[in-house]
Design a protein around this ligand. Structure first.
Ligand SMILES: Nc1ncnc2c1ncn2[C@@H]1O[C@H](COP(=O)(O)OP(=O)(O)OP(=O)(O)O)[C@@H](O)[C@H]1O
Ligand SMILES: [Mg+2]
Length: 239
């Protein structure tokens, strides 16, 4: 579904993404992890059309090179942001509707907005200002806005950041439901290894924009090079 080949992105002297290739199959939950500054968010910025790049990104066989972000959204790729970005001056319902509008060339479908609000169990909050909700609520609204475009693929950037154990459980269940019930293929960038090993079908580890390991999450997280560069001794001893 998504085929990334020899992807490279330089910011001046800095090579943020370095000759990276990977493939995400339809229906998968695909994980990406690596140290701070490894280039994870940059990969999303390239897939969603924010910067030009070297290499190739094919979505459903079609090259997205040079396409503007709204075109890529209309093809079926949607994302959330690392720092929860909701529209503080909009209600929950309006926030989801903005997403629904971005994905459509015609006027958005109010039924889609209802579906998403019900799916996220946000009915009681639909007329509240999005900024008034707690962290979990804010994250749901951001995911709701991303789902408004009826994506085939959803890119989640550290969705668990700042969350407590209960919120992490709720978000994991929600991500599984989006994958299974909505049939959305998912890429998730995450630092919580437990989340990645439980949720993902395949895991990519990068450092300095370069691939360190890729494959079965349990195998990847026990790879000595991955432990050395990223997970650290503590993780190895815990497991
Ligand atoms: N627009 C930009 N201009 C210049 N440098 C950038 C830009 N965006 C990212 N970088 C640099 O590229 C590198 C990769 O950044 P990126 O945000 O992709 O890392 P990350 O893996 O998402 O890190 P984190 O875990 O901290 O979110 C960093 O060194 C960052 O400073
Ligand atoms: Mg990042």
């Amino acid at each position: 579904m998504l085929k990334v080949s020899h992807l490279t992105k330089k910011f001046g002297e800095l090579v943020a993404v370095n000759d990276l290739s990977f493939h995400v199959a339809k229906g998968q939950i695909y994980g990406i992890a690596g140290p701070n500054g490894a280039g994870k968010s940059t990969i999303y910025n390239l897939i969603t059309g924010n910067y030009p790049f070297e290499g190739e990104i094919l979505f459903d066989g079609e090259s997205i090179a040079g396409m503007p972000p709204h075109k890529i959204a209309q093809m079926g790729i949607s994302r959330t942001f690392q720092v929860p970005e909701t529209f503080s001056s909009l209600t929950v319902e309006q926030s989801v509707a903005v997403g629904a509008h971005f994905g459509d060339t015609d006027l958005f479908d109010p039924q889609r907005v209802d579906e998403i609000i019900t799916f996220l169990e946000l009915e009681a909050d639909r007329d509240r200002m999005a900024g008034e909700l707690n962290l979990l609520g804010n994250k749901k609204v951001m995911i709701g806005a991303a789902l408004g475009t009826r994506p085939k693929m959803l890119l989640l950037d550290e969705p668990m950041a700042g969350s407590n154990a209960n919120e992490i459980r709720a978000l994991m269940a929600l991500i599984r439901r989006i994958n299974v019930e909505m049939g959305v293929t998912i890429i998730i960038i995450e630092h919580f290894m437990k989340v990645l090993t439980e949720l993902t079908d395949k895991l990519l580890i990068i450092e300095s924009g370069t691939r360190i390991a890729e494959g079965d999450p349990d195998k990847v997280t026990s790879d000595p090079e991955v432990i050395e560069c990223y997970l650290g001794q503590a993780y190895a001893e815990d497991n």
